[in-house]
Design a protein around this ligand. Structure first.
Ligand code: HEM
Length: 154
């Protein structure tokens, strides 16, 4: 097995956990919690689920970036890479920045509001997280399209 193949495996596994996790949170966990639970139960549940998910995303980010850069440095020069890899890199960096923003700003505010049982403030922060996760989900799907279809399209 080549190092490149191993890096590609880690890269795709980590991006699957990240993008698939956002899909499940956005389309299954949150709507089910909204439909079934009142805010004093729903908001702590969502914060606890997001905490666990974000810990996994942090690991996935390190793995995606590390494996992606390892594959790039395995190539001769950055400029020799297909443009789709450059675009993937740029989109990946934007996704990482959005994740760091979510984790450091609205997620911390969500935890603080829950700690003092300020449910309307907590709901506003959760809504901000939902919108940012939706943006990152779209970017993730676009990045997968660029990574897989890029060579055929441009
Ligand atoms: C963060 C910076 C990233 C870097 C530096 C990077 C780099 C790379 C490199 C060098 C390859 C191999 C490309 C090839 O040889 O054709 C690759 C493949 C791939 N990347 Fe990324 N990537 C990044 C982010 C992402 C993200 C965020 C996703 C998904 C959301 C992603 C999904 C993929 C997929 C699906 C492939 C497999 C493409 C194929 O073999 O057909 N990458 N990446």
């Amino acid at each position: 097995m080549t190092t490149y193949a191993l890096m590609l495996f880690i890269h795709i596994l980590a991006s699957t956990i990240w993008v698939g996790g956002m899909f499940v949170m956005h389309f299954a966990v949150r709507p089910a919690a909204v439909a079934l639970l009142p805010p004093p139960q729903r908001l702590p549940l969502m914060a606890a689920a997001l905490k666990r998910f974000f810990d996994w995303v942090a690991a996935a980010v390190v793995a995606v970036l590390g494996s992606g850069l390892a594959m790039i440095f395995g190539a001769r020069t950055f400029s020799a890479l297909h443009p789709s890899v450059h675009l993937m890199f740029a989109l990946g960096v934007v996704m990482i920045a959005i994740f760091v923003l979510i984790r450091l700003v609205p997620f911390r505010r969500l935890q603080a509001a829950i700690a003092v049982e300020q449910w309307p403030a907590a709901a506003r922060q959760l809504d901000a997280i939902r919108k940012l996760v939706a943006i990152n989900l779209v970017l993730g799907i676009v990045t997968i399209a660029v990574a897989t279809l890029g060579r055929a399209l441009f």
